[in-house]
Design a protein around this ligand. Structure first.
Ligand SMILES: *Cc1c(COP(=O)(O)O)cnc(C)c1O
Length: 388
């Protein structure tokens, strides 16, 4: 089976993990801050906090921005459920803005229209979660401008986009946002097994995030509410979690980060091969906006449903050993979210995306012959008329 994505582990990664396993610290120790510093300097951000998943990172981002049961948060429906579950964890409400028909990221015109309406009704969002689908940044400058006009905060769910660039800044720089979140799940740009990170340039947000990562407990006398009872003393001053990353995971991440630029180039090269092979084929290939560099975590094409049957294309690819996928089912379609009563008709672009999208295999190490095999499988049935 050719999967849609997979990790790239080499001997240097294995050696880095073994070195930590032989050291004194295997839970959070000295390597976690080294990894944090390496990612924050790669992205050009002041603060970074490593956690045990991007899901935890998104939860902490919402808590740090004090999102609570009085609030509503907006995002785009074409994302993984973790992007919206984090809002519900905080007791807040979620609402959706339709996607751009070409990038599949949050649509700026749709957002503008919805903000205007929300302003009139007095129910503006506390925050917008910008999901950088497939590794292409959202239009952050426009989003930032709207956030100033309508006074909302911005979280970037950059789970796909480590290594991407937006108008000269690395994704994660937080030039246009409060907090950026990365995932280090094995299919993502670099991996720590499970893992995530929050980046910010805001010191008080960074301190809050660090506190909540570890039970809300502090050992810093300056942050304590009472005088220490003795040298053993620590204080819980907020309700936090155990969302820590282990040192051996951080060692893997640090080692992987050294190859990130290679990973990005390899993915961009694969994207170029697909683009060339699929030219004039009837499949709609990804469009990357001007002044944006996609990390190409995913390679999503759309089929022409007047000529091809979506389900049949999936079945044929899977039968032939190609692990195509669909990223993603619109979040509001999941039974849990259906119960919250969203009207599908409000998201026509997301609905038509869902009828047409396919993620093709893309990962460092995918061979040219494999790409050709995938494209063959997509194109050959067109001539055979065995489509429906
Ligand atoms: C993978 C992913 C997440 C969750 O990441 P985990 O590290 O698995 O918790 C969140 N949002 C998006 C868009 C993702 O792709």
């Amino acid at each position: 089976m050719i999967p849609y994505g997979r990790q790239h582990i080499d001997q240097s990664d294995i050696d880095a993990v073994i070195a930590v396993l032989k050291s004194d610290f295997i839970t959070q120790g000295p390597v976690v801050p080294q990894f944090e510093k390496a990612v924050s300097s790669y992205c050009g951000t002041t603060y970074a906090t490593a956690v045990n998943s991007a899901t935890s990172a998104l939860h902490l981002a919402c808590l740090a921005l004090e999102i609570n049961s009085n609030d509503v948060v907006w995002t785009s429906p074409i994302t993984f459920v973790a992007s919206t579950n984090c809002v519900l964890y905080c007791g807040a409400a979620i609402d959706f803005v339709d996607i751009d028909p070409d990038t599949y990221n949050i649509s700026i015109p749709a957002l503008k229209a919805k903000l205007q309406e929300a302003y009139t009704n007095g129910v503006l969002p506390k925050a917008v979660i910008a999901v950088h689908l497939a590794g292409q940044s959202c239009e952050m400058a426009e989003l930032k401008e709207l956030s100033l006009q309508y006074d909302f905060r911005i979280i970037e769910d950059a789970s796909h986009a480590l290594g991407g660039v937006y108008r000269g800044s690395q994704v994660g720089s937080c030039v246009h946002s409060d907090i950026t979140v990365f995932s280090f799940h094995p299919v993502k740009m670099i991996t720590t097994g499970e893992g995530g990170m929050l980046l910010t340039n805001n010191q008080s947000l960074a301190e809050k995030i660090e506190l909540l990562r570890s039970h809300g407990v502090t050992r810093d006398a300056k942050k304590m509410k009472q005088a220490p009872d003795g040298p053993w003393y620590y204080e819980q001053i907020d309700l936090g979690f155990n969302y820590r990353m282990t040192d051996f995971q951080a060692a893997l991440g640090l080692s992987q980060l050294k190859r990130l630029n290679q990973f990005v180039s390899a993915r961009q090269e694969i994207a170029n091969v697909y683009e060339a092979l699929l030219k004039n084929s009837g499949f709609k290939t990804p469009k990357v906006n001007e002044d944006i560099c996609s990390s190409f975590h995913l390679y999503i094409v759309r089929i022409d449903t007047s000529k091809l049957n979506h389900v049949s294309v999936f079945e044929r690819c899977r039968t032939r050993g190609i692990g195509v996928n669909l990223h993603y089912i619109p979040v509001y379609r999941h039974p849990y979210y259906r119960n919250l009563g969203f009207d599908f008709q409000k998201f026509p672009e997301s609905e038509s995306y869902y009828r047409e999208a396919i993620s093709l295999p893309i990962y460092p190490g995918l061979k040219k012959e494999q790409i050709e095999y995938v494209v063959d499988c997509l194109l050959s049935p067109m001539g055979h008329q065995t489509l429906f």
